[in-house]
Design a protein around this ligand. Structure first.
Ligand code: PMP
Length: 384
């Protein structure tokens, strides 16, 4: 009798297929064939010369996308959350004071991460309060979300970095949902740490997260008294693995996601070919076209101030009298389109539509407007 008491699972003995779907939620967005093809090239060793060359291309692509000359630029092996933890775990030590702007779920999440190091944690809601809070709490780090995908708001960045530096505080920006779709200039805007995700405007499968650190951030991080709580995300190891330190040899730290790096390289290549400014303009124009269309079919953008609307993820006031779940379910079932409900503080209040990278185009806007119109006609509407 076989000593195996768990048999091979039946489900794995059959092949599987996945449907094609329009991914118009807040991410992941659709992956164009060029990126899928790049990711299906043969496996290489993670420290082979060719892989290292691809990693170097990725670093240059991130420097372009972030508009930075930071030497300490790399991609974390993991989703946006891994980069979030990498930024916070490296720059904050136990006992440090941290200031977080909470304007949606991502500030809440950053607070949840920083809390784990046992810091003195303070939050602000309004930009005006930042100045007061910096002088009062003397934080080592100030966290701000550039594009809040839960509320659909893009936050202005100008002037904040300079303010932080006056108080000897590092400026950390989450641009997961905005990078490539809304202007940001890491060096010019005095940002010390910035990260993004692969699965939004870059149209790369989730699992790699570009991140960059300024000289000022590196000085702070490399003069810490204690080691960061995470070995996996320790910047001194990552810096060597990505060839950002001055050592000639790269040491094994972890096995990087080789084929995911091919895809990331290709996503960054498409952005470089398109040009950042063209990409920003296209996202802005397509979002404006979408917002006009929404008003035409009787729906209201959730963010009233047009200048504060995030061009990548649009929030729509949940249509009164409808169950938002029925609407998103109807659109998925009948139009093969994913749109989503709110997240965190916006649950039940909004529908969210992401038009990012290759999905940011007017024919897709027309498709979504048609699907929403159809859903409003067929979903149940209460009289109250
Ligand atoms: N920050 C923002 C602004 C996001 O929109 C997201 C993903 N929706 C994240 C962080 C986290 O990224 P991930 O889901 O890849 O961990």
């Amino acid at each position: 009798m076989s000593p195996l008491y768990v048999p091979p699972p039946e489900c794995l003995l059959k092949s599987f297929t996945v449907p094609r779907r329009y991914l118009f939620g807040p991410g992941p967005s659709n992956v164009p064939p060029r990126i899928l093809t790049a990711g299906s090239q043969p496996m290489l060793g993670h420290l082979h010369a060719e892989t290292i060359e691809i990693m170097d291309h990725i670093k240059s692509g991130i420097q372009y996308a972030f508009q930075t000359q930071n030497r300490m630029t790399l991609a974390v092996s993991g989703p946006g959350h891994a980069a979030m933890e990498c930024a916070i775990f490296n720059s904050v030590e136990c006992g440090d004071s941290v200031l977080i702007a909470v304007n949606g779920i991502w500030g809440e999440r950053a607070a949840e991460i920083a809390e784990r190091i046992g810091d003195e944690l303070h939050t602000v809601e309004l930009q005006l309060q930042v100045f007061i809070a910096l002088s009062k709490y003397k934080p080592v780090l100030f966290f701000l979300t550039h594009g809040e995908s839960s509320t659909g708001v893009v936050h202005p960045i100008d002037g904040i970095g300079e303010l932080c530096h006056r108080y000897n505080c590092l400026f950390l920006v989450d641009s997961v949902a905005a990078l490539g779709g809304s202007p940001i200039y890491m060096d010019k805007q005095d940002i010390d740490i910035m990260y993004t995700g692969s699965q939004k405007v870059l149209n790369v499968p989730p699992g790699t997260a570009p991140i960059s650190f300024s000289e000022r951030a590196c000085c702070r991080i490399f003069s810490r008294k204690t080691k960061p709580v995470s070995y996996f995300l320790d910047l001194s190891w990552l810096a060597n693995y990505w060839g950002c330190d001055r050592k000639s040899a790269r040491a094994y730290h972890h096995t990087g996601p080789v084929t995911a790096l091919y895809s990331l390289r290709e996503g960054l290549a498409i952005l470089a070919e398109t040009g950042l400014e063209n990409s920003w303009k296209r996202h802005k124009d397509v979002a404006a076209y979408f917002h006009e269309g929404l008003e035409r079919i009787g729906l209201k953008p959730f963010v009233e101030d047009k200048k504060a609307r995030l061009p990548t993820v649009t929030t729509i006031v949940a249509p009164p009298g409808y169950d938002w779940r029925e609407i998103t379910g109807y659109i998925m079932k009948n139009h093969n389109i994913e749109i989503s409900g709110g997240l965190g503080p916006s649950v039940g209040m909004v529908l969210r539509v992401g038009l990012m990278g290759c999905n940011s185009n007017k024919p897709y806007v027309d498709m979504i407007l048609e699907a929403l119109t159809d859903a409003l006609k067929h979903c149940h509407k209460s009289k109250v």
